[in-house]
Ligand binder design. Structure first.
Ligand SMILES: Cc1cc2nc3c(=O)[nH]c(=O)nc-3n(C[C@H](O)[C@H](O)[C@H](O)COP(=O)(O)OP(=O)(O)OC[C@H]3O[C@@H](n4cnc5c(N)ncnc54)[C@H](O)[C@@H]3O)c2cc1C
Length: 469
């Protein structure tokens, strides 16, 4: 039987989901949502398989209440849609355009198949504030500087902004795990603990947004840098999987009556998300390569032992180790600490940013190519509008400034909890006598630093100078 179909991607929501709304408004009785699970794509995104499987579980129940079935099909999207078309299963198809480059390529191929077969399709922009190709300089070239980009992008958005229907369907959680979903869950048990920290539902995303606007946005400008506080929204995995849309977030922010600095700083971060997507769209080669070509001859170091210690949070630098352990335990890491850990890898250890990008890709629940690649290239100094390579974060001072009482570090590195605060971010300076008093032995209780800060900094600066020769 012919059906109207939504091709569901990262948009697990019923509010502000134009593809789902269009399906609901269809007069036909046969309505379907299909989710195509391409396991090759998730091969190196192990943590996200957990979020995806959970999202499918929750959304399937939700669609049932709307009398819509969700089919989960494994395989390659292009081939599967071609098959459905050939077998006369689809007469109309809707989707929200993905903000991932590889998905956009698939969408182009699917459009071609649909056109050849005279199948009606509608593609919506829902996952970015503006269609990615719309924000260009007056001469038609892409922006490379954030402030210029965001000035124009925000203006275009505000001129076209449409009110969002906030109605939400009632929904009761039932436990029934479909075997197609079971196959998506990661094989490794490490992800099981994510349950403790996250609830991947649309309702939770809205609750988080409302709480954030009510209690936190006012203080966001300062609190966002303190990893021990709930200073940021933690909406990133919900945004990645579309449990909430960026339009809903902007809409809610614009309703704030007294818009202070926290509001401005927060929507600028939403602007950085748009900017990253614009960069990757215009410079797709940056997914793997340096945007600034002069870095192609940079003298990176290959050191598997140090890379492993960085991944495991055993570098001997407490703020770096705390961040890496937070990531492993929760699938998320605070932005300030992402910058510190990334900087440590590419500057103190001089390991190529590709290695860090790969590890974050596999471990972050909020991984998206555009933000991750831009984040890494920003820190490495190889990207657009990036931190210059010679500005090297000092992990000791960063720890002392942003975790002055050591709450964050001792949460994730509990073996340091008795270390006096003056030594917490540099435990190697602790006199042996004091170590004995607190029953702590550097090198046993906690690792010795794998590199010395000053030496590593000088060697990174030299490698940078050599680039200019
Ligand atoms: C090395 C590195 C890798 C990163 N990888 C990712 C990634 O894979 N996925 C990801 O979503 N973000 C990534 N970021 C950006 C940022 O760290 C996260 O978006 C942020 O920590 C998410 O937490 P939050 O939702 O509480 O953010 P909030 O501070 O509450 O910000 C709200 C939203 O704005 C966007 N945002 C915030 N900061 C940035 C930023 N610097 N760049 C782009 N968008 C931003 C996010 O969508 C975020 O959810 C990376 C940053 C670095 C330095």
């Amino acid at each position: 039987m012919l059906s109207s179909v939504v091709w569901l991607k990262d948009d697990f929501r019923t509010i502000n989901n134009p593809a789902i709304s269009s399906l609901i408004n269809e007069k036909k009785s046969a309505k379907k949502v299909i989710y195509i699970f391409d396991k090759d794509k998730y091969h190196k995104q192990e943590a996200q398989r957990w979020w995806l499987a959970k999202s499918l579980e929750v959304f399937q129940e939700k669609l049932q209440e709307l009398n819509i079935t969700l089919d989960i099909i494994s395989g390659n999207a292009e081939k599967i849609i071609k098959n459905l078309v050939n077998n006369k299963k689809i007469d109309k198809i809707f989707w929200n355009k993905s903000c991932h480059l590889d998905e956009n390529r698939t969408e182009q191929c699917v459009k071609k198949i649909l056109e050849e077969n005279n199948i009606i399709f509608i593609e919506f922009n829902s996952n970015l504030l503006n269609p990615v190709e719309k924000v260009k300089k007056d001469d038609g070239t892409p922006f490379k500087v954030f402030t210029h980009y965001w000035k124009k992008a925000e203006k275009i958005y505000l001129e076209n902004n449409q009110k969002i229907d906030e109605r939400i369907s009632s929904y009761s959680k039932k436990k029934k795990i479909n075997k197609d979903i079971e196959a998506i869950y990661p094989k490794k048990n490490w992800n099981k603990k994510f349950e403790k920290y996250w609830d991947p539902s649309e309702e939770k995303a809205i609750e988080i947004l409302n709480n954030f606007i009510k209690n936190n946005i006012e203080y966001y400008a300062t609190n966002r840098d303190i990893p021990s506080l709930s200073g940021t929204s933690k909406l990133s995995p919900y945004l990645k999987f579309g449990q909430i849309s960026v339009h809903q977030i902007m809409n809610k922010c614009l309703m704030i009556k007294s818009k202070k600095i926290g509001f401005r700083k927060f929507i600028n971060e939403i602007g950085w998300r748009e900017f990253s997507h614009s960069l990757l769209h215009n410079f797709p080669e940056m997914e793997k390569n340096n945007l600034r070509k002069e870095f192609d001859k940079f003298n990176w170091i290959k050191n598997d032992e140090f890379l492993k210690k960085w991944k495991k949070g055993l570098t001997g630098y407490p703020i770096v180790d705390a961040g890496m352990r937070e990531l492993y335990e929760t699938g998320w890491m605070h932005n300030r600490v992402r910058m510190i850990t990334a900087s440590f890898l590419v500057k103190h250890l001089r390991i190529h940013w590709n290695e860090g990008e790969k590890y974050f890709r596999n471990s972050l629940l909020d991984f998206n190519i555009a933000n991750n690649v831009s984040g890494w290239q920003w820190v490495a100094g190889t990207g657009a509008d990036a931190a210059p390579y010679f500005r090297i974060f000092n992990p000791i001072l960063q720890g002392e400034k942003f975790d002055p009482n050591g709450e964050y570090v001792t949460k994730w590195c509990p073996e340091l909890k008795n270390v006096p605060i003056e030594f917490l971010h540099k435990p190697w300076e602790m006199p042996e006598q004091l170590q004995n008093q607190i029953n702590f032995k550097l090198g046993h209780s906690y690792p010795l630093p794998i590199v010395k800060h000053v030496e590593a900094r000088n060697s990174a600066l030299k490698a940078f100078q050599d680039l200019k020769k």
